[in-house]
Structures are given as structure tokens and as C-alpha cells.
Design a binder for this molecule. Structure first.
Ligand SMILES: [Zn+2]
Length: 318
């Protein structure tokens, strides 16, 4: 009698633990960097917990994975990466962690811009793949510019891909993910209109911007701006003296140019360029990462609006 009671009690406890675990445990989503992290939170809502490997204001191009990252990927139910060779360390982490989670590239379906690095600099090198040995350090960029999130219409594709990926690993939550994605996409649409309106106020001959690395090509393509950078599309690419001289020449010739620091980069080079080009630094743009919670770019919506406002203010006050 006593034994039977004990067995009932144990199996009941296990049953209850199973039921509450199945309904309460959120899905464990790991993302490579803060911008995808924000999208995943927006779409996942309270059914997910999200962790970003590269922190706010961090530089994914130069990220050195830590032992804790291997554990995070091992425990993940879903891994979201940018792709386009932006965050290749994530593929290496996924392999070494032996994670069972699918690794999904959220830029799938985006029309990528060709990597312009070989066309504008490095001492007039021809546009073929000979720069790796010329610079004596490792490049981590590919054929395409990876910074696709800098166009708001592209962000809508990120969001759709994230909703699809979440639906695949958690079909019970699919309706909720789709509803969240749809509501957030409406906010992105409003952001797109607002950013477009801000840039349309700029005179056609004052739309050349200089940043330390070439992170804003998609912004330029979407909103009609010209972007120049001494460092190419990876911040891991060192600017040569010839690159810097060419940019300074450009600023002196083009009175419409404005110069910006980036949140992920050392500002020294940009300050030097601005000083030698005799222009003021127009402020700080958020390129490859969100800010922390107390700064003005703690979400993607805030980041894009802040960048647009900073750019237009700097150019219009000249
Ligand atoms: Zn970058």
C-alpha cells in the first residue's frame, strides 16, 4: 500500500513537471549581434529568450569568441546569423559547440550589394582578389557588402526570415510570431517613410558622407546618399595612407561632405581626416551594433532614426 502510493506520487510529480516545462520554458535563441538580437526579441515576444554573442557597441568583424559562447550555442534551440560573411565566427562556434540548433542566415532573399572595397582604394589595386597577401593580415569579407540592415526594407526581410525560422522550431507559437512580425513590420514601414523624408530634404550636391568603415552602402542605395570610407566594408581592413589621402582630397573638393565617427570604431582616424579636411565631425553614427540601453540607439527603430537625424543635421547646418 505504502509502495503504491509512493510510485503514484513520483509519476504525478514527473507528469506535472513535464507539463509546466513544456508550456513555460521559453525558446533559447542565440544571435550573432545586437541588431538581429532586437529583431528576434520583437518577433519572439515572451515565447523566447534571446542572447547576442557580440554585445552592444561591439565590432562583429573583429570579434574573438569566448568559451562561454560555445556553451551558449550548445544550449541554443535556434541560432540566427547575418550571413554575407559578416559573422563567420558563428559558423565556427556552431561547429565547435556541436549544437543541434539550426543556424539560419536572416539575409536570405535580400538582394546583396557587391562589395565595393576593391573599387575605391588600396592604392589603385585592380578589382580582383589579390589583396589578402598585399596587406599582410587576414580579411574577413566576401564578395558582397554584409551591412544589409542599413536599409529599412531589408530589415523587413530579416524580420520575415526570423518569423519563419521561429515557426520551424516552435510550430505551436507560429501564429504569435507571425502576428508580432506583422505589427513590427508596420513600425518598420513608418520608419522607412520617416527616414526617406529626412534624407529627401538634403540638396542633391550635399549627399556625400564619410565614415571610418564602409558600413552604410545599403543606406546610400536606399536613400540616395554617397558613402566613402577609408577602411572598406570590414573594420578589420586597415586604411592605407593612400586611402586616407584620397578621402581628405575628396572632402576639400566637395563642400557638401560630412564626416562621422562610428560607435564600433576608434574615432582617431576620423578625427584626423576631419582636421586635415578642415571640417567638423558631424557626430557619431551607429553602424554595426546598437548602443547600450542609456544611449540613443538602443533599438533598431531608434538607431535608424538617430542616424538619419544626425546626418541631415550635420549637412543642413553647413
Ligand atoms: Zn561593418
Amino acid at each position: 500500500m505504502h509502495i503504491v502510493f509512493k510510485q503514484l506520487f513520483i509519476s504525478g510529480a514527473i507528469g506535472m513537471a513535464f507539463i509546466s516545462g513544456a508550456s513555460a520554458a521559453p525558446l533559447n535563441v542565440v544571435t550573432s549581434f545586437s541588431i538581429i538580437d532586437d529583431f528576434a526579441r520583437q518577433v519572439g515576444g515572451d515565447r523566447v529568450t534571446v542572447k547576442s554573442i557580440v554585445p552592444a557597441n561591439g565590432d562583429a568583424h573583429a570579434y574573438e569568441p569566448k568559451p562561454a559562447d560555445v556553451i551558449a550555442l550548445k544550449r541554443a534551440d535556434l541560432v540566427l546569423v547575418n550571413g554575407l560573411q559578416f559573422d563567420t565566427f558563428m559558423q565556427r562556434l556552431a561547429k565547435s559547440s556541436e549544437t543541434k540548433a539550426p543556424v539560419v542566415e536572416v539575409t536570405k532573399g535580400i538582394e546583396p550589394l557587391k562589395n565595393a572595397e576593391d573599387e575605391h582604394g588600396h592604392g589603385g589595386e585592380p578589382a580582383h582578389d589579390d589583396h589578402d597577401h598585399d596587406h599582410g593580415h587576414e580579411h574577413d569579407h566576401g564578395e558582397y557588402d554584409p551591412h544589409a540592415w542599413q536599409s529599412v526594407p531589408n530589415a523587413m526581410i530579416y524580420v520575415k526570415n526570423i518569423a519563419d525560422a521561429l515557426c520551424k522550431v516552435d510550430s505551436a507559437g507560429c501564429e504569435s510570431y507571425k502576428a508580432n512580425a506583422s505589427a513590427y513590420t508596420q513600425k518598420l514601414q513608418a520608419l522607412h517613410e520617416s527616414v526617406k523624408a529626412a534624407f529627401s530634404a538634403l540638396p542633391k550636391d550635399k549627399r556625400t558622407l564619410i565614415t571610418s568603415h564602409d558600413a552604410f552602402g545599403y543606406l546610400g542605395a536606399a536613400y540616395g546618399l554617397t558613402l566613402l570610407a577609408p577602411e572598406g566594408t570590414s573594420s578589420a581592413t586597415e586604411a592605407t595612407a593612400a586611402d586616407v589621402a584620397a578621402i581628405i582630397r575628396q572632402i576639400r573638393e566637395d563642400k557638401g561632405s560630412a564626416v562621422f565617427m562610428e560607435n564600433i570604431s576608434n574615432p582617431a582616424l576620423i578625427k584626423q581626416i576631419a582636421a586635415e579636411g578642415n571640417v567638423a565631425v558631424g557626430g557619431k553614427l551607429y553602424s554595426d551594433a546598437l548602443s547600450g540601453p542609456d544611449a540613443p540607439a538602443s533599438t533598431y527603430l531608434k538607431m535608424m532614426q538617430y542616424n538619419a537625424d544626425t546626418i541631415t543635421k550635420a549637412i543642413l547646418k553647413k
